[in-house]
Design a protein around this ligand. Structure first.
Ligand code: A3P
Length: 312
């Protein structure tokens, strides 16, 4: 991904400074019943976001925090940029720093949505929002949605470590404290279980493709190929292979200071499956297994998550 990342790094730096000035209990606020981090989101921006006009060729990458959204964001942007580069007339603005926006839809300033009107297609837009909190035009205009899901035990593990490193998020002294919070609604961007339940209602829509972190981890070349085909992007084997190589954990971690600034060392942690085994005790396993069974197991996304393979 050769696009400029200055704005990305600026937003992160500002959120780190803002987060450091806040006490633990001041770090979250609610909007429409969901908690969000004050250092990244605001009521004004949420209101301005209602004016966002989605396009039918937009690619919206939706994923609960810590599901691998930066990873899939890299793959998507790389696929789109590689495809655009093959059209010399369209490629002029691709590296224009002025056209850069922070990739997560709900993070930015109130003028962001006006500026986004000028972005050339295809726009790749990331979000941690539940479908009900996305601007209506996303569904009305049939933007393509790539839904990324990851097993809840690894999400919780990743979130615990990340929250303790990033001052913009409430930190937790112990894993037990974090686990207790994770099982409630009081998490940045809300509860994992609500998120999966809500997105489950859209999982069979023709504009929605679901992919799991674990399947991408097991076979990245196949994942990249399937995503390209969902987006109608036609690349040579060699071009696809380059996208695959540039999205390896090692390659992204190596470039992370350039692409993610101070966030890089917090974000690219282990990049694997089953690290939860180092944190969960028996009682926590039982608690999560029960909630998963009650709320998610018998849904389409529930079976996609292969809970018995990755969480038992
Ligand atoms: P871990 O904390 O388990 O290592 P998000 O981008 O949604 O915040 O998700 C972050 C998680 O995705 C982190 O998980 C991070 O290491 C992992 N990740 C980032 N890039 C990756 C890659 N190229 N391959 C595998 N995992 C990656």
């Amino acid at each position: 991904m050769e696009k400029p990342r200055k704005k990305f790094i600026d937003v992160i730096d500002k959120a780190i400074i803002a987060g450091k000035a806040l006490d633990h209990d001041e770090k979250l606020f609610t909007y429409k019943g969901t908690f969000y981090p004050v250092a990244f989101c605001s009521l004004e921006v949420f209101r301005a976001m209602e004016t966002f006009e989605a396009r039918s060729d937009d690619v919206i990458l939706a994923g609960y925090p810590k599901s691998g959204t930066n990873w899939l964001g890299q793959i998507l942007s790389d696929l789109v940029a590689t495809c655009e580069k093959k059209r010399p007339d369209e490629a002029k603005n691709v590296n224009d720093e002025e056209l850069e926006e922070f990739p997560y839809l709900e993070i930015g300033d109130i003028e962001k949505y006006e500026r986004m009107k000028k972005l050339p297609s295809r726009r790749v837009i990331l979000t941690h929002l539940c479908p009900g909190n996305l601007p209506k035009s996303v569904f009305k205009n049939k933007a393509k949605i790539l839904l990324l899901i990851r097993n809840p035990k690894d999400v919780a593990t990743s979130f615990f470590h990340f929250s303790n490193k990033l001052p913009a998020l409430p930190s937790h002294k112990t894993w037990d404290d974090f686990f207790a919070a994770f099982m409630t609604e009081k998490m940045p961007w809300g509860s994992y279980f609500n998120y999966i339940s809500e997105w489950n209602k859209y999982a069979t829509d023709e504009n929605v493709m679901t992919i799991t972190y674990e399947e991408l981890k097991e076979n990245r070349p196949l994942g990249v190929k399937n995503i390209a085909s969902f987006l109608g992007i036609s690349l040579t084997e060699e071009e696809l292979q380059n996208v695959v190589e540039r999205s390896s954990f090692q390659s992204m971690k190596k470039n992370s200071e350039k692409t993610h600034g101070a966030l890089g060392s917090m974000l690219f942690r282990k990049g694997g499956v089953s690290d939860w085994k180092n944190l969960f005790n028996e009682e926590q396993n039982e608690k999560m297994d029960k909630v998963f069974e009650e709320r998610i197991a018998r849904t389409k996304l529930g079976s996609k998550l292969k809970y018995d393979v990755y969480c038992k």
